[in-house]
Design a binder for this molecule. Structure first.
Ligand code: COA
Length: 175
């Protein structure tokens, strides 16, 4: 039987695991951020940031914070402002390689969308990197190719967004 994976809010003791996972995924593509920058994203909005915890091992995370529509964090800087926007920006979502393909990212996205809805956010946005835009389209996000992005996000980055309030007729979340 597979080991149980829980979604929970980030504790201060999780940061070594988050930083190590982030580096293992993004260093090669030069998208990795400094620890202080990553921590500052979560400290700006702790209620909308989560880890995937498998028996005290961090096997995934999502960092989301309010950001004005069509704006996004500067990867080289810490967050200095907490925005009061109705748009929740999913700055980063990652799953450890050995835990991929089991629906964990989809679970995190559903959890985050439900959280966004409960906090009355109207939209969610993100910058897809590394050619992951098809993954995000499959999870309800639409591309805004007109939004230009800095080179620091990589050559194939795409700004994407979705409305939070999409509900199925039975009231359940669509994504
Ligand atoms: C993208 C990522 C979060 C998906 O995690 P996951 O837990 O494997 O995803 P799920 O199991 O929920 O979904 C798997 C589905 O997504 C697809 N998928 C996974 N990664 C993808 C990618 N980079 N591009 C396109 N599709 C992708 C799989 O083919 C699978 O499709 P299927 O359901 O049709 O079989 C994971 O691959 C990852 O952490 N990648 C590195 C970090 C990253 O790129 N994050 C996004 C930054 S914007």
């Amino acid at each position: 039987m597979g080991r149980k994976v829980n979604i929970r809010h980030i504790s201060e003791g999780d940061w070594d695991g988050i930083v190590a996972l982030e580096a293992s995924i993004y260093i090669e593509s030069e998208l990795s951020e400094e620890r202080e920058a990553l921590e500052s994203r979560a400290h700006a909005s702790p209620d909308t940031c989560f880890v995937l915890d498998c028996e005290q091992q961090i096997v995934g995370y999502s960092l989301a914070l309010p950001y004005p529509t069509f704006h996004y964090p500067d990867l080289t800087r810490v967050e200095e402002t907490t925005f009061h926007s109705r748009n929740l920006h999913l700055h980063d979502l990652a799953v450890a390689e050995s835990f991929r393909g089991r629906g964990l990212a989809k679970r995190l996205i559903r959890h985050l969308t439900a959280t966004a809805r409960s906090k009355t956010y109207e939209r969610m946005s993100l910058v897809s990197v590394g050619g992951s835009d098809t993954f995000w389209s499959a999870n309800g996000f639409e591309a805004h190719h007109e939004v230009s992005l800095p080179k620091s996000y990589g050559t194939n980055a795409v700004y994407m967004s979705k409305t939070v309030s999409l509900l199925r007729p039975d009231g359940a979340s669509r994504w």
